[in-house]
Design a protein around this ligand. Sequence first.
Ligand code: NCD
Length: 300
Amino acid sequence: MQNLLSSKDLGKDDILDIIKTAEMYHDLAAGKGSSKELEGKILAALFYEPSTRTRLSTETAMVRLGGQVITAVGEEFSSLKKGETLYDTGKVVSKFADVIAVRHKQAGSAAELAKGAEVPLINCGDGPADHPTQALLDAYTIYKQYGRLDNLKICFAGDLKFSRTAHGLIQLLSNFEGNEVRLVSPESLSLGSEYKVDGNEYVEVDDLAEAVKEVDVVYSIRVQKERFKDQSEYERLKAVYVFDKAFLEENCPESILMHPLPRIDEITKDADEFKGSVYFDMVTNGVAVRMALLTKLLCS
Ligand code: NCD
């Protein structure tokens, strides 16, 4: 693997291989032990859109493997603001680093930067389109729970239009047999047809309680405020589908509740006590997956 630009670049064997490697790194990701595997290597983290987890998780993965990190945050502080192209940015940053991680508001931006880059590149979110490392950590989380990625029922609830994490995970799931993807969203935020890829069965449901019935995974998604032109529309839709402890215990007591975070209105704090809530565990899973990915890109 040379780059990770799109969830579409990942086949079944790649996904399972990264999961197996992530399992190996899990203790290290959780802060137990140390490694020099990537000693002497530099990661450039270019985060031109807001991020807490993805940037710190990718940087932590690099540092825990003995590598080092250089960071550029915020488009307004970069030469993109002066009009430099993504292509030139890729060329220039390759002179500093051995691997690049990038997040940018534009769909296709990672691929554009990769055209200029001379080192491996990781897409950490290109606008509303895709977020392949999150999709991998989501797949790892599901695998850890169920020991498989096939014959599952997964309900995606919330902003399916703009959620790059839902787009990426739905793509990954399509590599496996027998997955039912339930979709529940306000009508104006429904999943675009380009993301209903072959390989999964799709079931659209209006009612939240109905949608989560007997599913293995509930995947809750924040309404993506930053993608709305009309903020009053955001206000209207931001809390249409909300999970609290009582709802979860009544309607999907055996499911796990996932969320890429940050949660805003869609998961209440008392849902943290629900036994299936795994969203904070997903943070460590993300470090392990990014360790697996960095070693795959830099050592093979
Ligand atoms: C997600 C993102 O940036 O797409 N966050 C993340 O990377 N963990 C989800 C979100 O912001 O809603």
